[in-house]
Design a binder for this molecule. Structure first.
Ligand code: GLA
Length: 387
C-alpha cells in the first residue's frame, strides 16, 4: 500500500475518522557538499530526496494533543494547559513537542490536535528524518493555526526546536532544505544570510547514488556539539588577530597560517576543514553549473578526505565504503554525507557503472564488516508541501 493510504488508514484506526485532515509531506535530504559549514555561517549544497515524512493532522476543540507514530506503533497524549516538556520515554515525540514549543514561543496560538505520521527515510542513515519530521509538523501546524510566518523563519523555528528542546546543536541545513527544496535542483545556501540559489542537478549520464554504511556510532550528538565548540574556540583565537572574523566563514587560509602558532593543533585542523570546505562548495557549484562533472567529483573526494583527516568525523566503515567506491570505473567522486560517525556516502556515478558498484562495493564491504550496505537512488525532490 502507498504511504498516503497507510497514513490515512492508521489515522482512522487511531482517531476514528479522517474528516478535516491536513496532510503534509516533508523530504529527507542528501548533502552533496558543504559539511559542518552551516553552523560556521558558511555554504552548503544539499538536495531534498524522494524519501520523506508524511504527517496527517487536524484540530480538536480542546487543548489536548494526541500524536501517533505509525512506525513505532505508539501514541502520546498531553495537554497544552501545561508547559511543553521533554519526554524521556517516547523520545521520537520530542521532535514534534519541540516544534510546538518553538511555534508557541514565536506567538502561534495552538489548540488541541490529533496527529499521525510515518516515514520512508531510513532511520539512523543521516538522511535527516528528524528534520523532516520537524518540518512536516511545522507546516501542518502553521496551516491549522493560520500562523503567519515565512518558510525560512519556520525552518529556523524547527532548528530552534532541535537546538533548545531536543538538545542537538545542529545548523540550519537540514530543516532549510526539507522546507525549501526544489524538484530537479540542489540549493546553494548561504547559511549566514539564508539567501539561496537553486542549481539544476543536470548530470547527463551520471547520477547520485546514496549508500548507507549501516553503522551509527554512539556519542554522535556529543561529538557533533564538541566540533561546534572547537570551531568557536578557533573563531576566538582568529578574531584576536583579525577582528573581522565573526565566524569561520570570514576566515581564509592566509589568516589561518598567520595564527598557526596560537592555535592548538586540533583547533587548527577543524578550522582548516571549514575554511577549505567553504571554498570547495563555491568552486564545486561553479563546476557543476559549467557541466564539469570531473571537477565536481574531485571536490567531493577532497571533501571526504578533509572530513576524515581534519574534522575527524568519518569512521573506518565509511572510509572503506568510500575507498571501495572510488575503485569503480565510472565513479567520479565519493564522500561521507551529513553529520558523520557513520550514516551514508554520496557517490557521483555513471549510470552504466551502478551494476559494477553493486557487484563490487557491496560484497567487498560485507566481507570486511559483516554489514550489507543499502543503496538508494533519488532525484532531487521538492520541499515540504501540503497534499
Ligand atoms: C547534521 C546537522 C547539520 C549539519 C550537518 C553537517 O546533519 O543537522 O546542520 O551541520 O550535520 O554538515
Amino acid at each position: 500500500m502507498e504511504a498516503l493510504a497507510v497514513l490515512k488508514q492508521a489515522f482512522v484506526k487511531t482517531f476514528g475518522h479522517a474528516d478535516g485532515l491536513t496532510v503534509v509531506r516533508a523530504p529527507g535530504r542528501v548533502n552533496l557538499i558543504g559539511e559542518h559549514t552551516d553552523y560556521n555561517g558558511g555554504f552548503v549544497f544539499p538536495m531534498a530526496i524522494e524519501f520523506d515524512m508524511m504527517l496527517a493532522a487536524r484540530k480538536r476543540t480542546d487543548q489536548v494533543v494526541k500524536i501517533h507514530s505509525i512506525d513505532y506503533g505508539s501514541t502520546v497524549e498531553f495537554t497544552l494547559d501545561c508547559p511543553l516538556t521533554y519526554d524521556t520515554k517516547e523520545l521520537w515525540s520530542n521532535y514534534l513537542r519541540g516544534v510546538l514549543w518553538a511555534m508557541q514561543g514565536a506567538g502561534a496560538h495552538l489548540g488541541g490536535m490529533e496527529i499521525a505520521f510515518l516515514g520512508t527515510i531510513p532511520q539512523g542513515s543521516g538522511l535527516s528524518s528528524s528534520a523532516a519530521l520537524e518540518v512536516a509538523t511545522a507546516v501542518a501546524v502553521r496551516h491549522l493555526t493560520d500562523f503567519n510566518i515565512s518558510q525560512p523563519d519556520l525552518a529556523l523555528l524547527c532548528q530552534k526546536a532541535e537546538n533548545e528542546f531536543v538538545g542537538m546543536k545542529c545548523g540550519i541545513m537540514d530543516q532549510f532544505i526539507s522546507m525549501l527544496g526544489e524538484e530537479g535542483h540542489a540549493l546553494l545556501v548561504d547559511c549566514r544570510t539564508l539567501d539561496y540559489e537553486p542549481i539544476p542537478i543536470d548530470l547527463g549520464g551520471y547520477q547520485i547514488l546514496i549508500c548507507h554504511s549501516g553503522v551509527k556510532h554512539s556519542l554522535v550528538d556529543s561529538a557533533y556539539n564538541q566540533r561546534r565548540q572547537e570551531c568557536e574556540t578557533g573563531v576566538r583565537i582568529l578574531a584576536a588577530h583579525f577582528p573581522a572574523v565573526q565566524a569561520l566563514r570570514d576566515a581564509n587560509l592566509e589568516m589561518l597560517a598567520a595564527c598557526a602558532a596560537a592555535l592548538p593543533p586540533v583547533i587548527y585542523k577543524r578550522c582548516h576543514h571549514v575554511i577549505t570546505e567553504n571554498e570547495r562548495v563555491l568552486k564545486s557549484t561553479k563546476a557543476l553549473k559549467a557541466g564539469d562533472l570531473i571537477s565536481f567529483g574531485q571536490f567531493l573526494n577532497q571533501s571526504h578526505d578533509s572530513l576524515r583527516d581534519d574534522y575527524e568525523v568519518s569512521c573506518s566503515e565509511v572510509d572503506l565504503l568510500v575507498d571501495l567506491a572510488r575503485k569503480v570505473n565510472g565513479v567520479l567522486g565519493a564522500r561521507i554525507t551529513g553529520g558523520g560517525f557513520g550514516g551514508c556516502t554520496v557517490n557521483l556515478i555513471k549510470g552504466e557503472a551502478v551494476e559494477e558498484f553493486l557487484a563490487q562495493v557491496i560484497p567487498a564491504y560485507q566481507k570486511e564488516t559483516g554489514i550489507k550496505a543499502q543503496v538508494y537512488t533519488s532525484k532531487a525532490a521538492s520541499g515540504a508541501e501540503i497534499l
